[in-house]
Design a protein around this ligand. Structure first.
Ligand SMILES: C[S@@+](CC[C@H](N)C(=O)[O-])C[C@H]1O[C@@H](n2cnc3c(N)ncnc32)[C@H](O)[C@@H]1O
Length: 314
C-alpha cells in the first residue's frame, strides 16, 4: 500500500481494463435472477438510495445497476486504481448521457432518470472504516454496498471490517460473482488437481493476509450469523464456449500462471491449449451472488416491510 492506501503493484496483480471489459457480458449473463429480483424489489421501494460500489474497477456493476433503477440514486465508486476509475467514467459518458460536475462527480441520465455518480480513488477498507465511524452523523438514508468479483479477494480481517458495517441498520449488501470453482469440458484426469492448485494460488499469502477465495460468502455469513436472518444466495455461472476464444484464452492464461510451479500439471495446460485451438473446449466458472438486506428492514412507503427471504439458497 502507498501513503493513500492505494494498492502496491509489487504484491497484487493489477487487473487490466481489457480483462474487466471482456468479462462484462459474461458477468451480466451469469447474474442469479432470484437474487437480483430480491435486490431490485427492495431498491424500488426506496427513495434516492445511496449505492456504494466497492472495488468498482471499470464500473461494470454500477453500469448494470444504472440500467435497472427507475428512481434517482447516488452512486459512489470506490477503487484503489485510479486508471480503472477513469475507464469507468469514460464508459458512463459513452453509454449514457453523462455530464461532468467536477473532477470526481458526474450526472448520468438513463432512460428512466438522472443519477449522481462520484468516483473515489481510495482503499475501500479506509472508506468502510470511516463509514462505520460516521454512523451517528450519517442520518437514516438507505445504503446499498455492492461488490462484483470482490469478496473472494478479501482476507478474513477485511471481511470482518465489511461485516461490521453491515450490522448498521440501514446498510445492505449485493455482492455478485463470488468465485466457487471451475469445470471444463471435455473432462481431463488432472482437472481436480489443477483446480486445487489454482485455488491455493488464489488464497496464497499476500502482504495483507490470505484472500478467502471460494470460502468468502460462507465466511461472511458465518461471521455475521446474528445479523443474517434474511439473506439470499444463488448460483451464477460463466458459460464460456469455443465461440468466445479470446475470453477462454484469457482464463487459461490465469490458470497457466497459477500452475507455473506445478510441473505435474504441464500436460493439463498443454492439452487445454490444444483443445482451445481445435475449438473443443468449454469452460464453466461457478460463482455465488449474495443479497443481505439491512439488519432492520427499511419500510416501504405504504408501510409494508421489504420482502426478504429467510436464509434462502437459490
Ligand atoms: C476482480 S476486480 C472487479 C472489478 C469490478 N467490480 C467488476 O466486477 O468488473 C476487483 C477490483 O477490486 C479492487 N480492489 C480490491 N481490493 C481493493 C481495496 N482494498 N480497495 C479498493 N479497491 C480494491 C481491485 O483494484 C479491482 O479493480
Amino acid at each position: 500500500m502507498d501513503g493513500n492506501g492505494l494498492a502496491s503493484a509489487d504484491t497484487e496483480e493489477i487487473l487490466t481494463i481489457a480483462w474487466l471489459k471482456q468479462r462484462e457480458p459474461f458477468d451480466t449473463a451469469a447474474r442469479n435472477v432470484a437474487v437480483l429480483n430480491s435486490v431490485t424489489d427492495y431498491l424500488h421501494s426506496i427513495e434516492q438510495p445511496q449505492i456504494i460500489d466497492l472495488g468498482a474497477g471499470t464500473g461494470n456493476q454500477t453500469l448494470f445497476l444504472l440500467e435497472k433503477l427507475t428512481q434517482p440514486a447516488r452512486f459512489t465508486l470506490i477503487e484503489q486504481h485510479p486508471t480503472l476509475l477513469a475507464a469507468a467514467r469514460e464508459a458512463m459518458m459513452k453509454r449514457f448521457d453523462g455530464q461532468c460536475i467536477d473532477r470526481h462527480t458526474m450526472r448520468v441520465t438513463t432512460q428512466h432518470c438522472t443519477h449522481t455518480v462520484t468516483f473515489a480513488p481510495i482503499n475501500l477498507l479506509a472508506w468502510v472504516a470511516d463509514y462505520k465511524k460516521a454512523t451517528a452523523t450519517r442520518g437514516s438514508d438507505f445504503y446499498l454496498f455492492t461488490a462484483s468479483a470482490l469478496l473472494d479477494l478479501l482476507t478474513t480481517s477485511e471481511m470482518e471490517t465489511l461485516s461490521d458495517c453491515l450490522s448498521t441498520d440501514n446498510t445492505a449488501l449485493y455482492a455478485t460473482l463470488n468465485y466457487t470453482g471451475f469445470t471444463m469440458s471435455p473432462t481431463h484426469p488432472l482437472d481436480d488437481a489443477a483446480c486445487e492448485v489454482f485455488e491455493t494460488h488464489m488464497t496464497r499469502t499476500l502482504d495483507r493476509g490470505n484472500p478467502l477465495g471460494p470460502q468468502a460468502v460462507r465466511y461472511l455469513l458465518t461471521h455475521m450469523a446474528a445479523n443474517t436472518n434474511h439473506y439470499r444466495v444463488g448460483a451464477s455461472q460463466w458459460q464460456v464456449t469455443s465461440e468466445h476464444a479470446a475470453f477462454l484464452h484469457a482464463n487459461l492464461t490465469f490458470y497457466q500462471q497459477a500452475l507455473a510451479d506445478s510441473p505435474t500439471l504441464v500436460p493439463w495446460v498443454v492439452c487445454r491449449l490444444e483443445q482451445l485451438k481445435r475449438e473443443e473446449l468449454m469452460l464453466g466458472v461457478m460463482h455465488e451472488d449474495l443479497w443481505i438486506p439491512p439488519a432492520q428492514p427499511v419500510c416501504f412507503e405504504d408501510g409494508a416491510q421489504s420482502q426478504s427471504h429467510l436464509g434462502v439458497s437459490t
